[in-house]
Design a protein around this ligand. Structure first.
Ligand code: AKG
Length: 290
């Protein structure tokens, strides 16, 4: 395994570089920093909106899952807690064009959100173990690295990310091999140092982890983790997001959380999955869309 000195640096591209250049960097390294993925005002508003919710929750304790999630780390669902997330961040066209390019091979494929949450890494939070996000669906780990992508992650910074405060750590190019995770136990990695609004965009195959927060600050991230339709999601969104909130969202945003039969809409194959007797599920539910 390469050392930090020999690892290729994480490429940084402004959001304005567009889908093709960002896709190319993602293909090369499995991860790329997208500068200015969120606007300054989105970051400011989101920070204001999530603060009361974060104050009311505590990190999980007392299980292997809690240890993985971080016993000093708070995780807050974004949809019910942030209007700017629902109305603006979810409409990010760069995020949708990359998702479509990577997660949709053809009709009737689609993509949706596995989880969208704020990750607030408290002072002293320990580093996570290295992992691949696709490991959520253990069978996907049996596919070769050349196979289709299960999921992708836009991990956005809501506060500055530094090596000291627990920036996400990544091992570039590990999306190209399917070594057992043990192989990376003591491997060198790079911190994704981000300004608020930047995103670390990475493959579900990339080896990464949340870093160790050695400071007294809280490091806040927003993870938008998207996966292929057909993969069950971590969060039971349509059962947990109140209908009144879903009614305020666009059709595409509703589809991201299972309130619609699918996205993108495939005219020829119709409502192939997650339907109501072949009808679009939101129609049957008389769901409004903005
Ligand atoms: C995870 O929880 O799966 C992560 O990779 C979190 C990364 C981070 O918080 O930097």
């Amino acid at each position: 395994m390469g050392s930090a000195g020999t690892l290729p640096p994480l490429q940084r591209l402004p959001a304005s570089s567009g889908t093709e250049k960002i896709f190319q960097a993602y293909e090369e390294d499995g991860a790329v920093i997208i500068e200015g993925f969120l606007t300054e005002s989105q970051v400011k508003q989101m920070n204001e909106e999530i603060t009361p919710g974060l104050e009311q929750i505590n990190p999980k304790q007392g299980s292997d899952l809690a240890a993985f999630l971080g016993t000093r780390t708070k995780r807050l669902p974004a949809v019910p807690n942030s209007r700017v997330f629902r109305e603006e961040v979810l409409e990010n066209e760069l995020m949708h064009s990359l998702s479509e390019k990577i997660l949709v091979e053809g009709s009737p494929d689609g993509y949706h959100i596995n989880c969208a949450q704020v990750i607030a890494l408290g002072p002293g939070a320990e580093s996570q173990p290295f992992h691949r996000d696709q490991g959520l669906w253990s069978f996907w780990e049996k596919f070769p690295a050349s196979g289709p992508e299960a999921c992708i992650n836009f991990l956005c910074s809501l506060t500055p990310f530094s090596e000291e405060n627990g920036a996400t750590r990544a091992i570039p190019r590990t999306h190209k091999s399917m070594e057992d995770l043990d192989y990376y136990k003591d491997a060198e990695s790079l911190p994704a140092e981000l300004n608020p609004g930047d995103a670390l965009f990475f493959s579900g195959r990339l080896i990464h982890k949340g870093g160790h927060n050695k400071t007294n600050e809280v490091r806040r991230a927003l993870t938008i983790h998207l996966c292929r339709n057909g993969l069950n999601t971590q969060e039971a969104h349509p059962l947990t997001i109140p209908r009144e909130i879903a009614n305020t969202m666009s059709y595409r945003a509703q589809a991201m959380f299972g309130f619609r039969s699918g996205w993108p809409i495939h005219q020829s194959s119709g409502n192939h999955f997650w339907s109501n007797s072949w009808e679009e599920v939101g129609e049957g539910l008389k769901l409004k869309a903005k």
